[in-house]
Design a protein around this ligand. Structure first.
Ligand code: ZN
Length: 128
């Protein structure tokens, strides 16, 4: 793998450098694409493998199950990433400092544990 960027510069994103404890959604979107591509590739492999076995009338179930388990892992992670991305798309601004439940940008109290969210927001709000 060639490594031509020593400082890992990503042009265009310098103005909104996020704190390290937050997960930028751009990474999640990228990860979703990677997982989706990997899932498609593994699924294609599995299909091809099953076909090769079938036409030779020699299906090795344990090999197929093993491959399917890898596919299942990728699928599970993909579902999780898509779930988080969906939360962000529906206006989630952050998570409760007390219980970790996601809340929207206009929320004053946590919907789950009723903790006031305002002091958390004003504490480390976006530096403008
Ligand atoms: Zn909470």
């Amino acid at each position: 793998m060639s490594y031509s960027n020593p400082t890992g510069s990503t042009p265009g994103t310098d103005s909104q450098a996020a704190p390290s404890h937050e997960t930028p959604s751009i990474d999640l979107a990228q990860r979703r694409d990677e997982l989706a591509a990997r899932f498609a590739e593994l699924q294609c492999d599995l299909g091809g493998l099953a076909y090769e076995m079938a036409i030779r009338n020699h299906v090795r179930v344990e090999v197929l199950v093993q491959r399917a388990a890898i596919l299942q892992d990728v699928d599970a992670e993909l579902s999780e990433v898509e779930r988080i991305l969906h939360l962000e798309e529906t206006g989630t601004a952050g998570s409760c400092a007390s219980c970790g439940a996601p809340h929207s940008s206009g929320a004053v109290y946590c919907w789950q544990c009723a903790r006031p969210l305002l002091e958390h927001v004003s504490g480390d709000s976006i530096s403008a």
